[in-house]
Design a protein around this ligand. Structure first.
Ligand SMILES: Cc1cc2nc3c(=O)[nH]c(=O)nc-3n(C[C@H](O)[C@H](O)[C@H](O)COP(=O)(O)OP(=O)(O)OC[C@H]3O[C@@H](n4cnc5c(N)ncnc54)[C@H](O)[C@@H]3O)c2cc1C
Ligand code: SF4
Length: 508
């Protein structure tokens, strides 16, 4: 009997578990562009283009390999516009009762598949170094889950950057050599740009017509949409940017939105690249003497450490994770996140670049947009929706632990041991934003004081009970207590005034 094999838009790997189990002689591959997936949040148009174009290319590759593919275009009149609906429609069309799928990366879709009235098997997604079960076993009985310990374990398990049972270079982590500010450099290599082929051009037309009102510029669209292009992006990064990755990892420059970052996350997340091949390539660059260890270790840690860690947290913490709000934050997400004018140069640049590229690097997400939302007490559910919408690489399993956990501390400390809260001094040290800002980063109070300086203290004082016992934060409370009483009062009054202006919708 015919069996359906479901391939979702972020499962475009020829080695995925469902595809490996598929039998081209009897199975029908089901792929579907549906409105339910294109609209569960208001995705950035470039994100929708990436998914649809990569799906269409992938379907063509499968057909060329001899698979039967039932592909639903967004504009098909018979399209039921949901994944479950398309499975039922195809089951009837092909007389199939059985469906093979790979477990989706968000709880919403897992529940949708669970409810399909067909015999549906969800295989675990084995494109990761660490399975959900292995992560749960590692986590069991631990009081706290910390990425660094998990990462050491993953290095030992995979042998990546290991010399025997010792970490290469004698230490696990070279971050003390990283995290330097960067200077503008006209010769810094730029990420590759891929010209849209006819398939992508058609998708660009569909997306412009249907989703043109979503936040974000649709063109220029320069992302890779096939595995061959993604491999070219990988090779380009390895040759040109990896050697500088560590040094520039945390820096932010107005005129250089990507610095030495890889921009590989969308390809990893939708299956065009496999994390194991990416990490192996990076290690080979170091072993061949073409990239320094601090850069290669820093890069591999992001993928083998952070990416796998947040994957495990998402599986472990369950569907209610996205609704957590440990700090009780309730403020609405201000319009500046959707491009409304702001005088804060750092936010204006981070949001502007997000609108244009559907991309911002980690420190922009964590220490600018995330930090501001944390300090201002913005509802984490709205913050989560924003990150899920605006970035080309955003899929719930990776976005939510980063947004809800790492950046908003809304999970109460599951992902991180302390909130990533910082004053303007951090942004000034790591960027060139402050020089062109209307606010003055050195001013702690007063009409032009940097809002991050005011909100930082306001945040710490609001949550004093929770955080002052945290050894990593105690020093800040001691600094506050030693501060002149008048300055403390002024800081809190001005912070309240700033937040009131934000709430009234004034330009801040
Ligand atoms: C609030 C917030 C939201 C985020 N949302 C997403 C998201 O939706 N999708 C996503 O892939 N990443 C997300 N991240 C993590 C990180 O910011 C991006 O992976 C990274 O910026 C992607 O750009 P890049 O490929 O140039 O990364 P690089 O700096 O080149 O890093 C290399 C790779 O490491 C991985 N990586 C790095 N940091 C993380 C991390 N914290 N968690 C998981 N993987 C990591 C990515 O796969 C990335 O491609 C988020 C971070 C924050 C703080
Ligand atoms: S002064 Fe403050 S608001 Fe302005 S760019 Fe610097 S950190 Fe951002």
């Amino acid at each position: 009997m015919t069996r359906l094999v479901l391939i979702l838009g972020d499962q475009l790997s020829h080695e995925g578990a469902a595809l490996r189990a598929a039998d081209p002689s009897r199975d029908v591959i089901v792929m579907a562009e549906v409105m339910a997936e294109a609209t569960y949040v208001r995705h950035h148009p470039q994100k929708i283009v990436l998914f649809l174009s990569a799906m269409r290319h992938f379907a063509a590759e499968l057909r060329a390999k001899g698979y039967r593919v039932a592909y639903s275009m967004l504009d098909d009149p018979d399209n039921s516009q949901s994944i479950a609906g398309e499975l039922l429609r195809r089951a009837e069309e092909f007389g199939a009762q059985e469906v093979l799928a790979m477990r989706p990366g968000d709880w919403r879709l897992i529940a949708e598949l669970d409810a399909v009235p067909l015999s549906l098997t969800q295989l675990s997604d084995d494109r990761f170094f660490c399975s959900d079960a292995a992560f749960a076993a590692w986590a069991k009985g631990r009081k706290q889950l910390r990425m660094e310990w998990f990462y050491h374990e993953m290095r030992r398990k995979t042998g990546l950057l290991m010399d025997g049972d010792q970490p290469a270079g004698g230490q696990w982590n070279f971050d003390h050599d990283n995290r330097k500010p960067a200077k503008p450099d006209l010769f810094r290599p730029r990420p590759p740009r891929f010209a849209p082929d006819t398939v992508t051009q058609e998708v660009l037309r569909v997306v412009a017509a249907r989703f043109g009102d979503h936040f974000g510029r649709i063109t220029p669209f320069v992302w890779a949409t096939t595995r061959d292009e993604a491999l070219a992006a990988l090779a380009h990064f390895m040759t040109h940017s990896l050697p500088h990755f560590g040094d520039e990892q945390d820096a932010m420059l107005q005129g250089d939105p990507t610095l030495s970052h890889s921009l590989l996350s969308p390809y990893l997340n939708i299956g065009l690249l496999n994390p194991a091949e990416v990490c192996a390539r990076a290690e080979a660059e170091w072993r061949a003497g073409r990239a320094p260890l601090n850069a290669v270790e820093g890069f591999i840690r992001q993928i083998l450490g952070w990416r796998e860690f947040v994957r495990g947290i998402h599986a472990l913490e369950g569907p209610d994770y996205t609704a957590r709000n440990a700090l009780g934050a309730t403020r609405s997400l201000p319009p500046l996140y959707w491009g409304a004018k702001t005088d804060m140069a750092c936010l204006s640049h981070a949001v502007g670049q997000t609108r244009d590229l559907a991309y911002a690097h980690h420190i922009q997400r964590l220490m600018v947009t995330g930090n501001f939302a944390l300090l201002a007490g913005i509802d984490p559910a709205q913050v989560h929706d924003w990150y899920l919408s605006v970035y080309i690489d955003a899929i719930e399993w990776v976005e939510a632990p980063n947004a809800i956990g790492m950046s908003q501390f809304a999970d109460g400390g599951v992902v991180g041991s302390k909130p990533y809260a910082a004053s303007g001094a951090y942004i000034d040290r790591m960027s060139d934003y402050c020089a062109s800002c209307r606010y003055r980063v050195k001013d702690k109070t007063g009409a032009l004081a940097c809002p991050f300086n005011l909100l930082y203290w306001d945040f710490l004082i609001r949550h004093r009970e929770r955080f002052e016992g945290n050894p990593r934060m105690a020093q800040m409370y001691r600094t506050w207590d030693k501060m002149d009483g008048e300055r403390r009062a002024t800081t809190l009054t001005e912070a309240a005034g700033f937040l009131a202006r934000l709430d009234r919708g004034e330009t801040v």
